[in-house]
Ligand binder design. Structure first.
Ligand code: GDP
Ligand code: IMO
Ligand code: MG
Length: 434
């Protein structure tokens, strides 16, 4: 079956979790390859009183399907306290993950309270130029990895070395926290003993996951690589510096799992039918006032646009096809999955951004200078008629109002990529297969 890559095609929160869960019905393995608990992926199973909602931050969203093996790849940064919390919450819901069902790469990097404290201190020091990070220590943990001073999960197999390394790491970070930022120091011995406990709990899961995945792929298994964040948050290809510190794009899958390109079968981009972003940075199609509020929702519904990880209100606007064509290009997307079609019901018109105008009034269908320099451009729109019908009960294309079908077809035509699935609500069954 090979490797299905499933990525966020926008700035995150596209609905990757619910789509991974859906596709994982036919998968043998689901794997996260980048990021950490800055991600928040929601899976909703069942309706009415029987509905259950799972919020996943580190575990792949395939864990809800009973048959999958789940991998945390080497490209991830893992906060072990958060991981254990997530495992405990799942266990309470009846899902227990033995080492047969959960494998953590020995080469994944660990996040410690010192990374979290640094993330906060760095954000505070940026003042008005803050990035709006999730405060989970992601940037500092990747910084340590790249500068070759990181702590890898394999240390959980060697408690003595782990204790020495944690103490030295916290003492080193303390010098920065106190000397550079005037922040309070942390207790190296207390953190070392906390990590000794994490090591005991998590050591059985440590695996050479590249070797494991290669074996499964060679034997014909179906593996889903589940992206976290979104392509526009990519450290190289995103709206730098308003990005995360990893590569949530196709390139990141290969390095973040250590699998061969020969196995790639499908590259799916998940995108909402509108645009959202949380945190700072440029957003040409951002809608303000009543229009923005309408797309965000009031917070009354669990799917309204408030952060899964931080609870922050998301900035909302119209679907940006200039950016979508860009993420299709950098990832080699072979298909699109559209989410949240139901949210657009009841609008008189729906807008698609088809180009950007520069300050001289010239129209650009492609990004002239990449996504880090969006500020000078204004969005140029194509307006389409809206629809009033609730589409939450639609299960096939013919159940949709003609205007909704026309909107989907226009997205496909203007991007040149087929749309394979459209979701019309957060629940598993609320999906249309095209
Ligand atoms: P992820 O980070 O990409 O996995 O996405 P999040 O879980 O952070 O955010 C997506 C939100 O939209 C969650 O609350 C989902 O339950 C919800 N959601 C997903 N698909 C749909 C849909 O088709 N319609 C509606 N109304 N909500 C959806
Ligand atoms: P999922 O997987 C949306 C954003 C943060 C901030 C920037 C840097 O749920 O789609 P970081 O903590 O990573 O250093 O923050 O990236 N960000 C996300 N936005 N969804 C996410 O994950 C995100 N993960 C990080 O808001 O702007
Ligand atoms: Mg999310």
């Amino acid at each position: 079956m090979g490797l299905t890559i499933l990525l966020g095609a926008q700035w995150g929160d596209e609905g990757k979790g619910r789509v991974t869960d859906l596709l994982a019905e036919d998968a043998d393995v689901t794997a996260r390859f980048s990021g950490g608990d800055n991600a928040g992926h929601t899976v909703t199973v069942g309706t009415g009183a029987a509905a259950r909602t799972f919020k996943l931050h580190l575990l792949p969203s395939g864990v809800i399907q009973s048959r999958t093996v789940n991998v945390l790849g080497n490209g991830m940064v893992i906060n072990p306290a958060r991981l254990r919390g997530e495992l405990a919450a799942l266990a309470q819901g009846g899902i227990t993950l033995s080492p047969e069902r959960l494998k953590i790469s020995h080469a994944a990097h660990l996040i410690t309270p010192a990374h979290v404290a640094l993330d906060k201190a760095e954000e505070d020091a940026r003042g008005a130029d803050k990035l709006g990070t999730t405060g989970r220590g992601i940037g500092p943990a990747y910084t340590a990895k790249i500068s070759r001073g990181g702590l890898r999960a394999e240390l959980f197999k060697d408690p003595e070395t782990l204790a020495d390394k944690i103490e030295a790491h916290v003492a080193r970070v303390n010098r920065t926290l106190t000397g550079l930022y005037g922040a309070a120091p942390l207790d190296p011995a207390a953190i070392a003993s906390e990590y000794a406990e994490h090591a005991q709990a998590l050591a059985p899961y440590i695996t050479e996951t590249s070797l494991y995945l290669d074996g499964r792929l060679k034997a014909g298994a179906h593996v889903i690589a589940e992206g976290a964040q979104g392509s526009l948050l990519d450290i190289d290809h995103g709206t730098y510096p308003y990005v995360t510190s990893s590569s949530p794009t196709t390139g990141g899958v290969l390095t973040g799992l250590g699998v061969g390109a020969r196995y790639i079968d499908r590259v799916i981009g998940v995108t909402k039918v509108f645009q959202t972003r949380v945190g700072e940075g440029p957003f040409p199609t951002e809608a303000f006032g009543a229009e923005g509020d309408r797309l965000r929702g009031t917070g009354a519904n669990p799917w309204d646009e408030f952060g899964t990880t931080t609870g922050r209100p998301r900035r909302c606007g119209w679907l940006d096809l200039v950016l979508l064509r860009y993420t299709i290009r950098i990832n080699g997307l072979t298909e699109l999955v559209l989410t949240k079609l139901d949210v657009l019901s009841g609008l008189d018109r729906v807008r698609l951004c088809t180009g950007y105008r520069d300050p001289a009034g010239r129209l650009h269908a492609e990004l002239p200078y990449g996504p880090s320099d969006l500020a000078p451009f204004t969005a140029d729109y194509e307006d389409l008629p809206g629809w009033s019908e609730d589409v939450g009960g639609a299960r096939q294309s013919s159940d949709l109002p003609a205007a909704a079908r026309a909107y989907i077809e226009r997205i496909s035509a203007l991007t040149g990529v087929p749309v394979s699935l459209v979701s019309v609500g957060p629940e598993r069954s609320q999906i249309i297969r095209l």
